[in-house]
Design a protein around this ligand. Structure first.
Ligand code: SF4
Length: 320
């Protein structure tokens, strides 16, 4: 049995001047063997192979402390930051145990909890073996979506786009809350590095992601959508350096270093992409506008896009 020696629960810090979405990370496991080219885990101090932690008694102490010392009524816990939430059977077994604990302690402290399970796997059949119908706790089945050409280029070991869309269809029999994550939005392929080439690549990227969204709308009842997040590619300085040396196709010449120490596409490129995707979502389902968030973005980008800043607990307030 692996023992977690550091905290299970941590308040997520997005970085200097980045809008805080107010979520807690739960690290029931570390590392991931799906090996996405942009994954920050490869560049952080995580074990080489995935590890799950079973000293749940420590987690119980932490959750009690958190609930006892907080006046907040709604908590948003994200289980897919330090690993893929549904990576293995063991991950799913533990996820269920952690949910039992959270539900039980939430009742004691009169809290409402939302659990985001985020995955790029097609392990939904393992999840359907459990009943996630808990008191004071709701599961949000969340998948990161990319066009198939991006999956083929940068997420080679993950499930296909069709599988991820199919999992969304199935997930609605487990939970009525679905999260869509277009994270990271990657400009690919890059046609050319001159103005016209970049413009063409950006427009093509928007078209590809719109098609992904269309597939979602074909299978997910909009009433079941908890949130849609948009976030273009960001790379730490170390990632940018290493990937550039490897001549990774992720390292777009227009990436600039932002105040939080991450490289991103330039402001006009990001806002163009976000605005077009937001318009597409609005065109299909006007009501979904209030469920769109920008992840890892600055206040001025939200403003450029005409979006009101909201947090993940905010989005969960009126959920029945
Ligand atoms: S699935 Fe997520 S956690 Fe796993 S390698 Fe890809 S980005 Fe990293």
């Amino acid at each position: 049995m692996s023992i977690r020696k550091t905290e299970f629960i941590s308040k997520y810090y997005y970085g200097k001047e980045v809008v805080d979405l107010d979520e807690f990370i739960v690290s029931l496991a570390d590392s991931c063997n799906l090996n996405c080219e942009y994954c920050y885990l490869k560049f952080s101090k995580t074990p080489k192979k995935p590890v799950v932690y079973e000293n749940i008694e420590e987690f119980i102490k932490e959750i009690d402390e958190l609930f006892k010392n907080s006046e907040e009524k709604i908590f948003y816990f994200h289980f897919g930051e330090t690993t893929d939430s549904l990576l293995s059977k063991k991950h799913i077994q533990l996820l269920y145990k952690f949910c039992e604990v959270i539900s039980e302690r939430s009742k004691v402290y009169s809290k409402s909890c939302f659990i985001e399970v985020r995955t790029k796997t097609f392990n939904i059949s393992q999840l359907t073996k459990y009943n996630f119908n808990f008191d004071n706790l709701k599961l949000i089945y969340t998948t990161s979506l990319s066009p198939q050409n991006i999956i083929d280029a940068f997420e080679k070991k993950t499930s296909t786009l069709e599988e991820r869309i199919s999992s969304l269809k199935q997930a609605q029999s487990i939970t009525k809350l679905i999260g869509i994550r277009l994270e990271p939005i990657i400009i690919y392929p890059l046609v050319n590095i001159d103005y016209e080439g970049i413009k063409k690549s950006v427009l093509n990227t928007i078209k590809e992601y719109n098609e992904v969204l269309k597939k979602v709308f074909d299978v997910v009842d909009p009433k079941n959508l908890h949130s849609i997040s948009l976030s273009t590619l960001r790379l730490t300085k170390k990632q940018f350096k290493v990937l550039k040396e490897k001549k990774s196709k992720l390292c777009f010449p227009e990436m600039t270093l932002c105040i939080d120490g991450k490289f991103r596409y330039s402001r006009p490129i990001r806002t163009t992409i976000y605005k077009e995707l937001i318009n597409f979502i609005k065109y299909h389902h006007t009501n979904l506008l209030e469920k769109i968030i920008l992840s890892f973005e600055f206040k001025y980008i939200w403003q450029d896009c005409g979006l009101q800043i909201k947090t993940l607990p905010n989005l969960s307030i009126n959920v029945e």
